[in-house]
Design a protein around this ligand. Structure first.
Ligand code: AMP
Length: 133
């Protein structure tokens, strides 16, 4: 896609710090520098989000997420990872080329990745009735 930042990274038009790649997936450092090692994994074909990504590319991206995550834990001294995806503006997606965030974590690193809604009165049975497939 012409005006997609991540397509420009894939074509080399915009530089990136490559961590790993396969024929269908590409992993590189997020420029946010909000957490050491914050990594993005994207498909090498343009899909806006997880909602329109085809199974082949999604499989390849998830496989790459796992591979990079294992590398961080087994070879790079991390104890775990957080894996995130935002799909859709309402979910705070800001770049509309599918990507998974990997944030490597260390015991006691002081970060917290779980947003709290503050709601305590959620009726799980009611929610399940609405959402189950
Ligand atoms: P999201 O808000 O989930 O869509 O995440 C988009 C991410 O892309 C943000 O964490 C940005 O810091 C990151 N980002 C934007 N432009 C670049 C770039 N040129 N290189 C690396 N990461 C980028």
């Amino acid at each position: 896609m012409n005006d997609c930042i991540f397509c420009k990274i894939l074509s080399g038009e915009i530089p990136s710090y490559k961590i790993y790649e396969t024929d269908k997936a590409y992993a590189f450092l997020d420029i946010a520098c909000d957490a050491v090692g914050h990594t993005l994994v994207i498909p090498k074909k343009h899909f806006a989000s997880i909602l329109d990504c085809d199974a082949d590319y999604l499989d390849a991206v998830i496989e790459a997420v796992k591979h990079v995550s294992r590398h961080y834990v087994e070879d790079c001294g991390y104890d775990g990872v957080n894996v995130f995806n935002a799909s859709g503006a309402a979910a705070e997606q800001s770049v509309f080329h599918l990507h998974f965030h990997i944030v490597p974590r260390k015991e006691g690193d002081g970060m917290s990745m779980w947003p709290l809604s503050g709601k305590r009165d959620i009726d799980l049975a009611e929610i399940c009735k609405k959402l189950a497939l």
